[in-house]
Every structure is written in structure tokens, then in C-alpha cells.
Design a protein around this ligand. Structure first.
Ligand code: F6P
Length: 361
């Protein structure tokens, strides 16, 4: 047992399944040391107000009910970078010193930040600038944080996308259709590749492997010629069109996000295969589900380890899962480069071994 400490915790970046399970783990592990945990509202946004928005998290309210819920009870933001915070006129300003001052006003001994690569990089920079005792925990459905084999939220997103394929297959077969499923993942094709294999896709297109439309067309024609009455295509949102441009949707307020490649592909395949095509864009359904067993488990493992790092006085670390063990790394290494699909790795080899078309042959 160390001295009584006050730990701050925030969730930052896009939400995903398992965040509440992670909060639960942190609150209970900290309570075991006799410490208090303060939940900061809406990521760094909660620290941009004076007084900051934070409340004591009562272990008694963190029972198994919270663990089962999707989303994050603290709220989060993926537009709250304090180093370039957008003003009403759209011009960004640096509000980092304000955030640090508000953090200090809470009298916290350490901060646990749950985020993806972007959020962890921002929090790491803030921590260095403000001398904050920081521990990072990786979460993202994209699973693109290099130091860890799995991030909280990823497994549930893959399960949701796999279930979508399970539901698309019978309706595809009933109508002799080609079903295209567009999934998230930002610049990494992990969700598409893993769910595509698990869900029996015939074609999987990921940003890491350049494709040629003629290969996709040949695969689909071949399936129908051999008597198949459906085809399933999974495409990751960052796969480019044939000119090499990634397709984005623009939202009010100037934000843009990947989206639309499924419909692009659908139009091109309708012209070239003459099959009936339908497109499903899975979107945020991949994020909002209740966490599956593996995400609840990883969230619990990461939460306990993060608190144990604080107990040992080890800061500037990010927790990770490697080779069946929970470990931790220097956070600078964790945010160095996103981990995309290894095109020579076992999962790509498996897809090829199953005869799945990856668009390059
Ligand atoms: O990084 C998680 C993620 O869900 C990506 O897969 C996706 O491209 C993006 O966030 C969507 O962001 P938003 O929630 O702002 O629409």
C-alpha cells in the first residue's frame, strides 16, 4: 500500500467497446490501494474549463453493469487537441497551458489517459510539457497502435463486422446478389481482413494491398460461373478508388472522414460484372456495441496494470499485450508510427490460402 493518491482518468479520441470495463478496472484496483479516482469529462475538453469537469468515481457504482455497456460514461472527443484547438472562426489556438493549469487545480498525483495513437500522442506531449505523471492505455477499433497486439475495442468491432457478414450472406444468396460491406479502420485494414476471413468473404480489399478492378471482377464472375448464387466483398474505408484517391465524406464544421469506397466499388462492379449489387456501410455500429468477452478481459488487464504502474512510480509508459503477457513500453515508442497490416504476415497468408481475392491477383 502506498500513500493515498488521487488519480485522474479520461477517455479520449473515438469511443469503442470496453471503455467502461476499463474504467471499472482502474477504479477497483485503485480502491484496493486505498486511492481515489477522478473521472475527467469528455477527454481534454473537461480540462479546458475552469473549474475543470471532473468527479470522484465511487467504486460502489462500478459494478458489472457498467462493464457491459458500450461507449464511455465519461464522454470523449476526437476534436479536442489543446495544441491546435479550433476557435469559432475555425483558426486553431494553443490552449495547452490552460489544460495543464486546470489539471493541476485538481490536485492529482497521476493521470491515466485511454486513447488511440492520436490521443496518446497529444496526452504524452501535454504530460511532458506540464510534468504530469502519465500512463497511457491503448484503445481503438483500428488496432493500429504498434506496441500492443490488441487494443481495447478492436475485437468487438471485428465481431460486429463478422456478424454483419453472417447476416448479409443469406439475403445475398436469396437474391443472387453481390454484397459489399464497407468497414472502418482508418488507414489500417485490420478489421476488414480479420472480419473478412471470419465472415467468409470472397474478396477483401485493404489499403495496404493495391488492387486492380479486373482481378475483383474475375473473382466474382468465376464464383457465379461455378454455380455460386452470391458473393461477399469486404472493403476497408481507406481503400482508394482506381485513380489512387481515398474517398472522404465532408461534414458540417469542416470535418472530413473516410467513407464512400463501398458505393464506388458497387457502381464499378455493377458495370463490369452485371451482377446485382448492394452496399452496406457499417459505420459507427462497429464502435457502439457492448464489449465482447475479449475486450472486457483486455480492458480489465490493462486497467489493473495501469494502476500498478502508478503504484511503482513508473510514468511515461503505455500498457500493452504481447505474447500472452501484459507489458508496458515507453510511450514515445507507442505513438511513433501506426501499425498497419503486415502484408507478408500470417493473416494475409491465411486469406490467400483460403482463396480469398485481395485484389492484387
Ligand atoms: O479511429 C476510430 C474511427 O472509428 C475510424 O475507424 C474512423 O475512420 C473514425 O474513427 C471515424 O471518426 P468519427 O467518429 O469522428 O466519425
Amino acid at each position: 500500500m502506498g500513500d493515498k493518491k488521487r488519480i485522474g482518468i479520461l477517455t479520449s479520441g473515438g469511443d469503442c467497446a470496453g471503455l467502461n470495463a476499463l474504467l471499472r478496472a482502474v477504479v477497483h484496483r485503485a480502491a484496493g490501494y486505498g486511492w481515489e479516482v477522478y473521472g475527467i469529462a469528455e477527454g481534454t475538453l473537461g480540462l479546458m474549463e475552469s473549474p475543470p469537469r471532473a468527479e470522484l468515481l465511487d467504486p460502489a457504482t462500478f459494478d458489472g453493469t457498467i462493464m457491459r455497456r458500450g461507449g464511455t460514461i465519461l464522454g470523449t472527443t476526437n476534436t479536442g487537441n489543446p495544441f491546435a484547438f479550433p476557435q469559432l472562426d475555425g483558426d486553431p489556438i494553443d490552449r495547452s497551458e490552460e489544460v495543464i493549469a486546470n489539471y493541476r487545480s485538481l490536485g492529482l498525483d497521476a493521470l491515466i489517459g485511454i486513447g488511440g495513437d492520436g490521443s496518446l500522442a497529444i496526452l504524452n506531449r501535454l504530460a511532458k510539457q506540464g510534468g504530469i505523471n502519465f500512463v497511457g492505455v491503448p484503445k481503438t477499433i483500428d488496432n493500429d497502435i504498434g506496441v500492443t497486439e490488441i487494443s481495447v475495442g478492436y475485437d468487438t468491432a471485428v465481431a460486429v463486422a463478422t456478424e454483419a457478414l453472417d447476416r448479409l450472406q443469406p439475403t445475398a444468396a436469396s437474391h443472387r446478389r453481390v454484397m459489399i460491406l464497407e468497414v472502418m479502420g482508418r488507414d489500417a485494414g485490420h478489421i476488414a481482413l480479420n472480419a473478412g476471413i471470419a465472415g467468409g468473404a470472397d474478396v477483401i480489399l485493404i489499403p495496404e494491398i493495391p488492387y486492380r478492378m479486373e482481378h475483383v471482377v474475375r473473382k466474382i464472375r468465376g464464383l457465379y460461373d461455378s454455380g455460386r448464387n452470391f458473393a461477399l466483398v469486404v472493403v476497408a474505408e481507406a481503400v482508394p478508388n482506381e485513380s489512387g484517391n481515398r474517398i472522404v465524406q465532408k461534414y458540417a464544421g469542416g470535418q472530413s472522414r473516410y467513407g464512400g469506397v463501398g458505393h464506388f466499388l458497387g457502381d464499378r462492379l455493377a458495370e463490369t460484372t452485371h451482377a446485382e449489387i448492394r452496399v452496406t456501410v457499417l459505420g459507427h455500429v462497429q464502435r457502439g456495441a457492448a464489449p465482447n468477452a475479449r475486450d472486457r478481459l483486455m480492458a480489465s488487464v490493462f486497467g489493473v496494470h495501469a494502476v500498478d504502474l502508478i503504484e511503482k512510480g513508473q510514468f511515461g509508459r503505455v500498457v500493452a499485450w504481447r505474447d500472452r503477457h501484459v507489458v508496458d513500453f515507453d510511450i514515445d515508442d507507442a505513438v511513433a508510427a501506426p501499425a498497419v497490416v503486415d502484408i507478408d504476415g500470417p493473416i494475409v497468408r491465411t486469406a490467400r490460402g483460403l482463396g480469398i481475392c485481395l485484389g492484387d491477383q
